[in-house]
Design a protein around this ligand. Structure first.
Ligand SMILES: *[C@@H]1O[C@H](CO)[C@@H](O)[C@H](O)[C@H]1NC(C)=O
Ligand SMILES: *[C@@H]1O[C@H](CO)[C@@H](O)[C@H](O)[C@H]1NC(C)=O
Ligand SMILES: *[C@@H]1O[C@H](CO)[C@@H](O)[C@H](O)[C@H]1NC(C)=O
Ligand SMILES: *[C@@H]1O[C@H](CO)[C@@H](O)[C@H](O)[C@H]1NC(C)=O
Ligand SMILES: *[C@@H]1O[C@H](CO)[C@@H](O)[C@H](O)[C@H]1NC(C)=O
Ligand SMILES: *[C@@H]1O[C@H](CO)[C@@H](O)[C@H](O)[C@H]1NC(C)=O
Ligand SMILES: *[C@@H]1O[C@H](CO)[C@@H](O)[C@H](O)[C@H]1NC(C)=O
Ligand SMILES: *[C@@H]1O[C@H](CO)[C@@H](O)[C@H](O)[C@H]1NC(C)=O
Ligand SMILES: *[C@@H]1O[C@H](CO)[C@@H](O)[C@H](O)[C@H]1NC(C)=O
Ligand SMILES: *[C@@H]1O[C@H](CO)[C@@H](O)[C@H](O)[C@H]1NC(C)=O
Ligand SMILES: *[C@@H]1O[C@H](CO)[C@@H](O)[C@H](O)[C@H]1NC(C)=O
Length: 494
């Protein structure tokens, strides 16, 4: 603003030498003052209006508003059901009324609920089939952080208990069971779990039940979650449980990278036919953790996670791993492709974790084109993740780990590029490495660490692979067969 007044301000510097210019100069200074006054006035109005609620609608008068596309035959506005987006009013009843209205439109192609810009505080609510939840730019659904408002639900059948406490568990903020055809999308609106209070209570051991996820969809199919931001979940962020045909794309998932316990990004759990792509995930636990139930409960539930594609992601996990499988994998995990994934500033990049007692299997897992940037341990397979629901697990139920390939793995700033720690009960079978070059931060010898691993290296791999693996040339001709698959060279000191 001041720039436009430059001519008159240059008069000011010269006014004493040039008295004839004194009057026009005063006149223009007067204009300056007036302009400044108006700017000050507008800003104070703005500040006064800033108070969360009206801030966006204030700006909306100046900026073109992105019209919300109509994606269902009928569309509603949350305000039609009495919603108030002031960040203080509880909107649970408005959401419930909207969902009830949409639940009656199933035969007519369902309905869309538009959440306009604003801060929409709510307790947990359920979705319905044939529903699209559309979050406008600047729309924020806020989860109430008082656990009294969170309903308790029975434990997941494949877990037997709440994951943190025996007995019931808190449901999720946005929940669905036995649904078909559900879409959660928008112009990058946000679902904010306000997890801070939960994390604090968890650490102070003030909670008697397992914390609830932000979004949990159970026993459902044909689910799309896209173009939104999920943040500060009390517990796991997005938890599809025993679902089929789920697409998650172009979603941003955020939580503090420290002191936000168990805020996993996405946990596909006993799910089939799932695509996760073009997401940015930076959270306080695993970025993604593919699961399928816990020990004897997961074995008897018997539902695997299978046919999962994860691609084009950027992930950061300072305390856990970018992409994990397990540790709860008792229903089995198979046919998973992880490609074009960049993992940065993380403790571990990709990890498979399990233990005796889990049972199940992890097989047909293909990692392709992974980039590691500043991670402590790149590839991890851990077979002693002994966290059991109770003493009733069967120690003879050993998981099978096989047919796992790593193709095109690159990066820099990695301390230990590979640590595959099988044991005599749980050997890791048929592992393939091809085209790998990872810049290391320590010139130590034992940084490609193996124990009870059978498999091969094809072509050049840097750093030099462990002696457990067979060596092949680029053309696939055997160069040297390993005679020490069961050797152990694991060093947790670095
Ligand atoms: C929703 O309702 C509010 C309040 O009536 C209105 O300001 C807003 O424009 C409506 N939005 C849509 C998308 O209809
Ligand atoms: C959602 O539906 C489930 C299953 O019917 C029920 O147990 C739960 O209490 C419902 N949650 C809310 C917040 O109404
Ligand atoms: C991703 O979502 C944002 C809004 O959240 C949108 O502007 C952008 O076009 C989307 N990108 C793709 C590839 O869909
Ligand atoms: C969506 O919003 C989040 C959080 O404000 C931001 O980090 C992200 O870059 C946005 N995504 C797009 C595609 O604009
Ligand atoms: C947990 O249980 C204790 C003892 O029964 C009770 O005093 C406390 O209020 C409970 N806390 C919550 C968050 O329900
Ligand atoms: C998967 O879900 C999408 C979105 O609802 C749907 O368009 C598609 O037809 C479904 N695919 C199958 C094989 O059912
Ligand atoms: C995401 O947003 C982009 C841009 O608005 C749109 O083209 C795309 O269809 C949306 N994707 C989904 C899956 O909703
Ligand atoms: C593996 O998963 C992909 C992607 O979901 C699917 O196209 C393919 O058919 C699956 N393969 C088998 C053998 O099931
Ligand atoms: C590998 O993944 C990166 C993203 O991490 C992507 O930019 C690049 O194009 C991918 N390369 C190939 C050959 O697909
Ligand atoms: C080893 O795993 C690869 C996939 O990584 C698979 O194509 C191959 O058939 C497996 N070999 C054996 C002997 O099972
Ligand atoms: C390696 O250990 C497996 C059991 O995990 C055993 O079956 C196999 O004979 C051992 N191989 C060698 C060469 O000792």
């Amino acid at each position: 603003m001041v720039e436009t007044l430059t001519p008159s301000s240059s008069y000011r510097w010269t006014q004493f030498q040039q008295p004839r210019r004194w009057i026009p100069s005063l006149f223009s200074n007067h204009k300056t003052l007036l302009t400044a006054f108006w700017i000050a006035f507008i800003f104070s109005v703005l500040l006064w209006q800033r108070d969360a609620t009206t801030r966006i609608s204030f700006f909306r008068r100046d900026l073109p508003v992105r019209d919300m596309p109509q994606l269902r035959p009928s569309a509603f506005n949350l305000t039609d059901f009495g919603g108030v987006g002031d960040g203080v009013t509880l909107n649970t009843a408005a959401f419930e009324r909207a969902v009830l209205a949409i639940s009656k439109l199933g035969k007519k192609g369902g309905g869309q609920l538009n959440v306009p810009p604003g801060f929409w505080l709510t307790a947990p609510f359920n979705l319905t089939s044939h529903m699209t939840l559309f979050l406008a730019e600047g729309a924020v659904i806020l989860g109430i952080d008082d656990e009294k408002y969170w309903p308790l639900m029975p434990p997941l059948p494949s877990y037997g208990y709440g994951r943190e406490h025996i007995g019931p568990r808190y449901g999720s903020l946005i929940h669905g069971q036995n649904l078909r055809d559900v879409v959660i999308t928008g112009h990058n609106g946000t679902i904010n779990g306000q997890g801070q209070a939960w994390w604090k209570k968890y650490k102070q051991r003030l909670l008697n039940n397992t914390r609830g996820p932000l979004v949990q969809i159970m026993w459902s199919s044909d689910i799309v979650i896209s173009n939104i931001t999920l943040c500060d979940s009390p517990f796991w962020t997005l938890h599809p449980y025993d679902c089929k045909n789920i697409t998650i794309k172009n979603v941003t998932i955020l939580a503090p990278i420290f002191d936000a316990p168990n805020t996993d990004g996405i946990d596909p759990d006993s799910c089939e036919d799932m695509l996760i792509e073009n997401c940015y995930i930076s959270v306080g636990d695993d970025g993604i953790a593919i699961k399928s139930g816990w020990d004897q409960f997961g074995i008897s539930y018997g539902r695997p996670s299978t046919n999962i594609v994860i691609r084009n992601l950027v992930v950061r996990s300072m305390v856990s791993a970018g992409i994990s499988i397990g540790s709860e994998m008792s229903g089995g995990v198979s046919n998973v492709t992880v490609e074009n994934v960049h993992i940065w500033n993380s403790r571990r990049a990709v990890r498979i974790k399990t233990a005796a007692g889990r049972g199940g299997y992890v097989r047909h897992i293909a990692y392709r084109n992974l980039t590691f940037e500043n991670v402590r341990v790149g590839i991890v397979i851990k077979t002693d993740y002994n966290e059991h629901p109770d003493g009733e697990f069967d120690p003879k139920a050993v998981p099978v780990l096989e047919d796992i390939s790593f193709v095109s793995v690159h990066g820099e700033g990695v301390r230990v590029p590979v640590r595959i720690h099988g044991n005599s009960e749980i050997p890791v079978k048929n592992v393939t490495f091809r085209d790998m070059s990872v810049g290391i931060t320590y010139k130590k010898k034992h940084i490609f660490q193996c124990s009870h691993v059978q498999g091969r290296v094809i072509g050049t791999v840097f750093p030099a692979p462990c002696e457990n693996l067979d060596l092949y040339d680029e053309q696939g001709h055997l160069i040297r067969r390993s005679d020490s698959q069961n050797a152990s060279d694991i060093d947790y000191d670095f």
